[in-house]
Ligand binder design. Structure first.
Ligand code: GUN
Ligand code: ZN
Length: 464
């Protein structure tokens, strides 16, 4: 694409779907659907979107055409919270958050001082995201700076828009994972200089969460945030009862968990707070007022027994909301599965999630939660050409169910309820097709297929 010089040119035909807003809040016109449409991409950027009958005759000669009819063509999914080093702890049995971290996650993350481990996991993660139709994510690496190098290098090779950071943590974890306030600062500084703004990559200042950072380290995070006012910040907030009790004990001067982060000036636009389950009215209002984002992680919240995210309460407070996989507390790479579990969490609260609202969240809504809604999340001229192509009839069960579907909203609800990575027909980033189901090549295209995932650290299977 023009910004990074890695984009492709192509015309993509299919059933186009995107959102200019949340149709349940902003009106039905926010739903954009073209039954037989074309997205024209030049140098990785969308230059035209419209009816096939209007655009096909006007395409420049030699522009490759990818015909994906009858499948849905949508903006690539956006996943605003996940952990690169947790792809091999997914489904670890029987623990709530603090025990899960101590027993499974911290020992696993300790392996990531080895660059070969981080390289292999980064490639694996990106290939799974693309297989699931996800083109942008906000990613926690480990406290080892080289884990960020591994992840960003892999994302850069694929020309993906990715956000990531080195976890800062200087207490309450094994020595192999601890930095210090000073090292957390200097290593973060060096990574920002090396990676932020390179191609499509952005750095996120990443204090893991208050329980694993001393006050000196949170002070260092404040300094980093103040030196870099445009950067993302990502951390965890109010996920679990034992976590909240620990924060109360460790920061006795703070009236609640959110105030710890406010005290260090970490609550601001483009600050992403994972979980936000057990918040008071004051905390919800504080997030909203600061323009920060609350990130709903339903598969993780159910798996770790953390609690139910009060979407309506946060919306009423005016907070920006995103929805994320939280791999590997979360159990699926698929944003369709994530939306399906989100629906179930919200059903338990009497807040059933409308399908149009859900698909808005997975695309333009998550782009807004990341402060990137001017460049990704919609099919519109001037946007980056990150797209996913989805088959609503991907399995026999879906196909059978679709026989009784009459409206687009029903189709989308069935797609999110029954769908997973098998529904992804193809995934494009900056106009390049990086994933295609079955691995077939379309003729005459610039190819960059993602190969089969690696099995373990240091073994082949590279996503080129
Ligand atoms: N809180 C602090 N670290 C983590 C993590 O890795 N996963 C989850 N779910 N919560 C956290
Ligand atoms: Zn997390």
């Amino acid at each position: 694409m023009s910004r990074s010089g890695v984009g492709a040119s192509v015309a993509i035909r299919g059933r186009l779907l995107w959102f200019d807003g949340d149709p349940t809040l902003d009106g039905a016109a926010a739903l954009r659907f073209v039954e037989d449409g074309v997205v024209v991409v030049e140098g990785g950027m969308i230059t035209a979107v419209g009816e096939a009958r209007d655009l096909l005759g006007r395409l420049r000669p030699n522009l490759p055409l990818a015909d994906h009819r009858p499948h849905l063509v949508m903006p690539g999914f956006i996943d605003p919270h996940l952990h690169m080093p947790q792809t091999q702890v997914i489904g670890s049995y029987g623990a709530e958050l603090m025990e899960w971290l101590a027993k499974y996650t911290f020992p696993e993350e300790s392996r990531y001082g080895d660059p070969a481990v981080a390289d292999a996991a980064s490639r694996f993660l990106l290939s799974e995201l693309l297989r699931s139709g996800t083109t942008t994510a906000a990613v926690y690496c480990t406290s080892h700076p080289q884990s960020v190098d591994s992840f960003f290098a892999a994302a850069e090779r694929l020309g993906l828009r990715m956000i990531a950071g080195k976890v800062m943590m200087d207490r309450n974890a094994p020595a192999a994972l601890l930095d210090t306030a000073e090292r957390g600062y200097s290593e973060t500084k060096a990574l920002i200089e090396r990676w932020h703004g390179r191609g499509r990559l952005s750095y996120a200042i990443t204090p893991r969460f208050a329980p694993t950072s001393s006050e000196q380290q949170l002070e260092a995070a404040r300094a980093l945030a103040s030196d870099h006012p445009g950067l993302h910040i990502q951390t965890h907030l109010s996920e679990n009862a034992a976590e909240i009790a620990y924060v109360r004990e460790a920061f006795p001067w703070s009236k609640d968990y959110t105030e710890v982060y406010e005290h260090y000036d970490l609550v601001r636009p483009k600050a992403l707070f994972g979980h936000c389950i057990h918040l008071s009215d004051r905390e919800r209002a504080a997030l909203a007022e600061a323009g920060a984002s609350a990130i709903f992680c339903p598969t993780s919240n159910l798996f770790l027994g953390s609690g139910l995210f009060d979407r309506a309460g946060l919306m009423e407070a005016g907070a920006q909301i995103g929805i994320a996989s939280d791999i590997g507390g979360g159990t699926s790479y698929s944003m369709l599965r994530t939306a399906a579990e989100g629906y179930k969490v919200l059903a338990l609260l009497g807040q059933p999630l409308d399908a149009l609202a859900a698909f808005h969240m997975l695309t333009a809504g998550n782009a807004a939660a990341l402060g990137l809604d001017d460049r990704i999340g919609r099919l519109a001229p001037g946007y980056e050409a990150d797209l996913t192509v989805l088959d609503s009839r991907a399995t026999p069960a879906q196909s059978w169910r679709m026989e009784r579907v009459e409206t687009l909203a029903e189709e989308l609800f069935v797609l999110m309820t029954m769908g997973d990575d098998r529904a992804t027909v193809a995934t494009y980033a900056a106009g390049r097709r990086l994933y295609e189901k079955g691995g077939r090549s379309l003729p005459g295209k610039q190819e960059m297929p993602v190969s089969a995932p690696t099995r373990g650290p240091g073994e082949g299977g590279e996503a080129q």
